[in-house]
Structures are given as C-alpha cells and as structure tokens.
Design a protein around this ligand. Structure first.
Ligand code: SAH
Length: 218
C-alpha cells in the first residue's frame, strides 16, 4: 500500500497541514518552499516508533548517531538558498535518511545528494524509492570534497557543520550560484556564500545546531 493511503497516512495529512501552518507562523514566506514541504511525507523517513512525532518541529534520531533535520531548518535553509530564484542543479551534502533530498527534488532540476555513511545511504535509497523521484541521485562519498564530477552547481546545501568553509566547495559553484552551510562547533551560524563574476560574497545568518561534518567515508 502506498504510504499516503495507510492509517498513518491519513493522520499524517492532518499533522502535515499543521506543520505547514507552523512553518508559516515561524516566518517561512516562500510559497514554493511551503508547497515542497507539504508534498513530502516526513513519517516515512523515521523509524516506525517515531512516526507519530514525524510532523513535530524537531530533529529526530535516524540511527548511527545522526538525525533527521528539523522541518523549520530545512525550510529556512532552502528558502535562503533559493532567494526567490530557481534552485537549478543542486548538491546536498549529508543526505542522512534522504528527507531534505526529497524536499529539494520538488524544487530543483537535479539533486545530487552525498552521504558518507553507507548504511544511511541505503536507508535513504529505500525511503526515496517510495516517492519515485527521478531527479535525485545518491552518492556514497565524502561531501567535504564536493562532487567534482557533477560540478558546477547552481546551489549547494550542507546539512552538517564544519569549522570553516570546505576549500573545494565555493569553486564548484556556477557563477550566480549559492552555497549555504552551518559553520562552527558548539556555537554554529548559517553562512550563505554567493558567487558572482568578480568573486564570492559571504553573509552570516541564523544560529543553528547540526551534527559535525566528518571527513572520509564509512
Ligand atoms: N539531510 C538530512 C540530515 C542528515 S544529518 C535530513 O534530511 O534530515 C547530517 C548528515 O551528514 C549525517 O547523515 C552525516 O553522516 C552526514 N555527513 C557528515 N559529514 C559528511 C561528509 N563529509 N560527507 C557526506 N555526508 C556527511
């Protein structure tokens, strides 16, 4: 049975609607981002025991010491990344269970989602299979190196915090492209980097809390 049609699916329609109302109240303005958030059933990305909490505005464990990102943070980062424009060709670093990749797939032409933990990538692949998103490609790789083979990207979004901007990433942006990532250790802030014809501009935004960006694969 398709997840949307199951019992939890019925409940999920209502709680998902409330999640969207809350995102709006909390300041998400881009209707395309709200529609993308509404289109993705978050409960299929978490363990069954947590499914009833899937539409709360909170990060939840997905195993291997990692979490599914908080809906507000997913929406906020994508809204900042889009800045009212198209996402185009997008690189996501830190795919985890695949939730954000599914949201990005509603808005981007192509999504390349990279994850360093093979077991999580398998979960993401299984989760995304239900949703049939032909524009998402998953890769097992260390995203701190970007994805040179598929570069340049119009947009890059990083779901794990680094102490500084990984050297490889800004150069993999197309001119006019944008990169958003959390920077810091205990205290993290979102950082938006834009590439223009003369170089790069950097803007510091909200305080956030992400798991660390880790080098290498496992
Ligand atoms: N995008 C996910 C959030 C996953 S949490 C969501 O939609 O909920 C962040 C993920 O980044 C973890 O799965 C972690 O394993 C991964 N990660 C950390 N460092 C990484 C790296 N260097 N390359 C790729 N993935 C990385």
């Amino acid at each position: 049975m398709k997840p949307e049609l199951s019992g939890i699916g019925m409940t999920s329609q209502r709680t998902r609607g409330r999640m969207i109302e809350r995102l709006r109240e909390d300041g998400i303005r881009d209707e395309r981002v709200l529609a993308a958030m509404a289109a993705v059933p978050r409960h299929i990305f978490v363990e069954e025991a947590l499914a009833s909490r899937a539409y709360e505005d909170t990060a939840l464990p997905i195993g291997l010491k990692q979490t599914i990102s908080q809906p507000f943070v997913v929406a906020r980062m994508i809204e900042l990344l889009a800045a009212g424009r198209e996402l185009g060709k997008t690189l996501e670093i830190g795919a985890g269970c695949g939730y954000q990749a599914a949201v990005l797939a509603q808005l981007a032409k192509d999504v390349y989602a990279v994850e360093r933990i093979a077991q999580l990538l398998d979960k993401a692949r299984a989760n995304l299979r239900h949703l049939r998103l032909p524009n998402v490609r998953l890769k097992h790789a260390d995203g701190s190196l970007g994805l040179a083979d598929a570069a340049p990207f119009d947009t890059i979004i990083v779901a794990a915090a680094a102490m500084r901007v990984p050297e490889a990433l800004p150069g993999q942006l197309a001119v006019g492209g944008r990169l958003i990532l959390p920077l810091g250790g205990a205290d993290q802030t979102l950082c938006l980097i834009e590439r223009n014809s003369r170089g790069f501009t950097e803007t510091r935004l909200d305080a956030v809390r992400f798991v660390p960006l880790v080098a290498g694969v496992e």
